[in-house]
Every structure is written in structure tokens, then in C-alpha cells.
Design a protein around this ligand. Sequence first.
Ligand code: GLC
Length: 439
Amino acid sequence: MSWQFDRAAYERRMDWYVRARFGLFLHWGLYAIPARGEWVRSVERIPKEDYDPLMAEFDPKACDIRQWMSAAKAAGMKYAVLTAKHHDGFCLFDSAYTDFKSTNSPAHRDFVREFLDAAREAGLRAGLYFSLIDWRHPDYPHYGDRHHPMRDDPAYSNEGRDFDRYLDYLHAQVRELCTNYGRLDLLWFDFSYDGLRGEAWRATELVEMVRSLQPDVIIDNRLEVSGEGFGSLAACRPTSFHGDFVSPEQIVPPYGLRDAEGRPLIWESCVTMNGHWGYCANDRYYKPASLLIRKLVECVSKGGNLLLNVGPDATGRFPEESLAILGEIGRWMEKNGESIYNCGPAGLDKPEYGRFTRNGDRLYVHIFENTIGPLPLSGVDRDRIRSVRRLADGSEVPLSTSWVHSDYPDLAFADLGPDPVLPDLVDTVLEVRLKAVSE
Ligand code: GLC
């Protein structure tokens, strides 16, 4: 029987994910030792024989993945995704198909298993990033490829390379991950480019195998595209290997995302804290927590998730800056998480002072900057307002009866009190409970 897209089954599968809204991306591997980002082999055109010896150094004694997970949980994150294998081909799991793996390093540890165990113990959903690209595998295109470290060197011609044999290897490792580690909530493939997309990866066969072993797993769209492009579900022509979500990278889509027939699409912005996914010692340009909190609100207000990245260093520690940012986000989430989880677009125009998110009859007013005088609840039907509370402390926020807005009788205004300085300068959240239309 030919494959048919089952929208109801799809929406059931996606339910936890769209409610979770906020996750942790973890990029970690040998590249943490050079500490110049996960593309260091490609950018610096490092030959295999110069990169392989890093495995003999890889012994992150300080790595305590339970600590990683407790930091993620305290930050209000509901799921986490770890790089099981990145483009360099180094496996953080005990693959039977290669010796280039963490269990062969001085660490002798299967970090994928430790990660999945720790995530589940912390009550987080857990997924694995798996690179479709493998610069170390002899059958992966070298010379003339767009990204391979040896792409400019004719000595690395592709004579004799058997891409199908590489795909057998890729599929076998995905099977290992889907078979040997219990339930996976997410598979984050990365990434398609040029002619290497869709069936070039034998994607139908791959996803059939994945879904036979992990029927409820959520799969990203990068068997079809990369951070550029949307995929077949967005085009309303879903393939059997369609991405379950669109994966915009280092951007929050300007207007949210809809498919070709106007249905809201499920999407997740993946964002680094500094400018690199993998640990980069010299990149101290970290985004302030205040910005990341507002970007999380923006994602949710547009119907998306935020997957925020940490690149642990070669000792297995989170960078101090990342821990500080996660801590600040957590303090805000602890008081305001209700305005993020289970929320989505409010169906109202964005207010000038911030954003709206919504969960059924609860409208959340995110105030990034104060107004002069009472705050207009733009677009909210004042007859449907049951109550207004400050989310962080539950305190009542009265509707204003001031003369200053008597020229706008149809608009409801919230009276935030005499203090012109907002209680939370990053985002003060009001919860507006709405009466049902029938009431
Ligand atoms: C891009 C980068 C890759 C990173 C991914 C995260 O594909 O090439 O290094 O893992 O984005 O989204």
C-alpha cells in the first residue's frame, strides 16, 4: 500500500512538542578540543590524519551529564537534543561500525546512553542529532564537495568511493541508535545540500526503518533541506520522509510559518548563545539572557519553539557564560513559564510594547517596555475580560478608569500603578482571563 499522510496521527505525535516550546541543543565532541567550533575540520581543511589523534586526548573527566540536565531543567527547558555524531564522524555512542567513537577514547564512555538516561531521569524529553554528512568516511564525497575538508585537493578524488556503501553505514548507525537506546523522542538529522537530499540519502527506506523502531519519534526536516528551505510538508506535498517541523537556524521567522494552503506550520528556531554551536574558546559574544527570553516569547507568539544551544568544553563543562544565561532564563521561567508552555499565537496584532501569547481562555500580555499612562490591551474585547493578574505574583491588575484614555472607549487599559519602572524589565507578564464568547 502506498504511503499516505495521516494528519491526525501527525498532530497527535507533535502534541508534546508544540506544548514544550523550549529545548536545549547540545553540540559536543572532539571539536571541543581545538575549541574553534564544530566546523573546524572543514574551515581549516584539516586532513583526517591530523584530526584523528584528537580521539586519544578525549577524556572529559568533569563531564557530568546529570548536571547538564539539571541546568536545562532549571532553565525551564522541556526537551534536549545531543549530537550523537556531527559532520566530523566522531560518535558519542558505541557504534559497532566504526572505531572512531567515545567508547574507544580514554573516556571509554557511551555519552549518548548517559545523556538519554540523565534526560529521562530529569523528566525531559530527549532526542539525538545525527549528521547525514560524514567527512571521515572514505565513501563520502571528498574532492569537489561543497563542505568536505579536502574539497580543494585533487589528491582526494572520488575515484572508487561508493556512496551506497556510505549510505549502508549511515543507515546502520541510525538503526543502532533507534534499537539500542530505548525510546527516542526526537531525531534531528543534519543536513541536505546540493544533490544530497531526500532519496539521495535513501530517505524513504531510512524513515521507514526509523518509524518501525521508534513509531512516535519526531523527525526534523533536514533529510529534505537544511536551515534553508522548508520541506515537503510546507509545500503540502508531504513525502514519507517529510520533516515534522521546519528548522530555521539562527533566526526567528519574521512572520511565523504557514504551509502552501495557509495552515500554521510547526517550527523550531535553533539558536546559539554565542556565535558557535560547538565550543569556541575565543567567542565571548554571548547573547544576553534578556534577549533570549524575549526571543523565546517571540517564537511562541508566532507558533514556534526555541532550541537554545550550549557547546560544552573539552572537560565536559558548560561554559560559565552559558550557565549564567541558563540561570537567568530559569528565574524568569520559574515565574512566567505558564505564558510559554502550552501557548501559541493569540490571534491578535502584536502590541507596540511587547507581545501576546495565548493558551485557550488565557491571554498573556508580555510587556517589554512600559507605556506612558495605562497600558492599552489592544484588540482585546473589554466585555470578555474576566480578570487581569500579574503572572509572577498573582497580584490583581485593575482595568484603568482614567480620563486620559476617554477618547478610546472601545479599548481596555490596564492600570499598572504609579511606578513607571516595570517590575520585570525584561518581560513583565499579565495574565488576562477571558470569558467564553457565549457568556
Ligand atoms: C548547521 C551547521 C551544523 C549545526 C547545525 C545546527 O547545519 O552546519 O554544524 O550542527 O546547523 O542546526
